[in-house]
Design a protein around this ligand. Structure first.
Ligand SMILES: [Fe+2]
Length: 439
């Protein structure tokens, strides 16, 4: 039994083919074949396919589980009502406005017990899990552990960004501790449970099309940004426990639940390359201009989920970590711009460099072609700053989900969460002319 989550062991590397056995059952992985007539220890063999059987070798992902009972052993699914999780984007009017949310509420346990599933609410999204194209952004805010309850997303992959409170995540592959300033990815179809020790909050990016991968590095070379060795995947861990256990499955945007008479975390050994992972954002190797000009934020891409359009992501996960700023005679904050992509930003900790009023645990949305950029105070200060080498974003960590999709907002995010900052547009209302006129 694992008692100390801080001491968990992980497999190192991104996209590797791992082999993992719970040390209590040595040699539980079958030798030389995937599906022997009888598996070691009397285990069942079960494959989890993360790509089509026929996907090209370089993108093909699957894992073989060796488990006490196969996942098929469950009662029929029945619908679960959820007002907060949705993939139906036609329920709200289009809204191109720059939107900022004050920190999302974390429910008090005295008021209402909420676990990760209860506390998951969709903010915005586009596309359709049925046609396997699209993305959704959600907030989770919870105060309780998922006791004998697992979640499984049949619609896509989750990239989870904890902002407040560490998550103790049990998966069919083993366990991982994910703290703020770390992220994890739990792919389509993987059952997992989230335990918390305190009221907790964070952000979730869900993609329907594809799995996340590391961005190409081009002329940067073989190293930099997120290095593959820094990604960590759980090692096999099982429990042989009979109990009333619920699996909640998101399927075509709706929730369903099914009863098991045992814990679903009964995988004694597994091997394969379709497995969840975590990453410590403080290990990101920042690359930037060391001469002039503000580079595009794509230089800060941690993970990308590619679309079929070359070089264009369904969604990128981008961070703005503490770093040196050294560009000469340059307006150093982000430039003013309009973008064919849509930008959702969150703040994990500290103060964001380009704007007052953006708070940790809150968010902003700058939609497709909606103008945005630094606020007036930031502009006035940056044009006077001496461009000497300096540390920026010290003690802070902002991130962006950038998508080629045009996102629709939910009723919860615009109305019922009551967190929209209706004065956000005023950030830019005191911008003044500096035009000197013709000379
Ligand atoms: Fe932008």
């Amino acid at each position: 039994m694992v008692t100390d989550w801080e001491d968990l062991k992980y497999h190192s590397g991104f996209g590797n083919h791992f082999s993992s056995e719970d040390p209590r059952c040595p040699n539980s992985l079958p030798k030389d074949q995937n599906s022997p007539q009888i598996c070691p220890y009397g285990l069942y063999a079960e494959q989890l396919s993360g790509t089509a059987f026929t996907a090209p070798r370089e993108t093909n992902q699957r894992t073989w589980f060796y488990r006490i009972l196969p996942a098929v052993f469950h009662e029929p699914f029945s619908p679960v009502k959820s007002d907060l999780i949705t993939n139906q984007w036609d329920k709200s009017e289009p809204n191109p406005n720059r939107t900022r949310w004050n920190p999302f509420d974390i429910p008090s346990i005295e008021d209402e017990k909420k676990d990760f599933i209860d506390g998951l609410a969709t903010v915005c999204g586009a596309g359709d899990p049925c046609s396997r194209h699209g993305a959704a952004i959600s907030i989770y805010a919870c105060n309780s552990s998922m006791n004998d309850r697992a979640f499984c997303n049949a619609d896509g992959d989750f990239l989870i960004v904890p902002q407040h409170g560490a998550l103790r995540i049990t998966t069919e592959f083993g366990r991982m501790l994910v703290k703020p300033e770390e992220i994890c990815v739990i792919q389509q179809g993987i059952r997992f449970s989230v335990d918390v020790d305190q009221p907790s909050r964070g952000y979730v990016l869900e993609v329907f099309d594809n799995h996340f991968r590391l961005p190409d590095l081009g002329p940067i070379g073989a190293n930099g940004l997120a290095n593959p060795r820094d990604f960590e995947t759980p090692t096999a861990w099982y429990e042989d426990r009979e109990c009333e256990f619920i699996v909640v499955q998101k399927y075509q945007g709706s929730l369903f639940q099914s009863k098991l008479n045992h814990s679903c975390y009964d995988v004694v050994a597994w091997h394969g390359n379709y497995a969840p992972y975590k990453y410590d954002l403080r290990k990101f190797v920042v690359v930037n201009s060391v001469s002039i000009d503000h580079m595009d934020p794509s230089i800060f891409t941690v993970l990308t989920c590619p679309s079929l359009k070359h070089g264009t992501a369904i969604a990128d996960f981008v961070i703005f970590p503490p770093r040196w700023s050294v560009q000469e005679h340059t307006f150093r904050p982000p430039y003013y711009h309009r973008n064919c992509m849509t930008e959702f930003m969150g703040l994990i900790t500290g103060k964001y460099e380009a704007k007052e009023g953006f708070q940790a645990g809150g968010a902003t949305l700058h939609s497709c072609m909606t103008p945005h950029g630094p606020d007036s105070a930031c502009y006035e200060s940056a044009i006077k700053d001496e461009c000497k080498p300096m540390r920026i974003a010290e003690g802070s960590l902002a991130f962006m989900f950038e998508t080629s999709l045009s996102l629709a907002l939910t009723h919860w995010s615009m109305k019922s969460c009551h967190r929209v900052d209706h004065d956000y547009f005023k950030c830019w209302s005191s911008l003044r002319k500096h035009f000197t006129g013709p000379k």
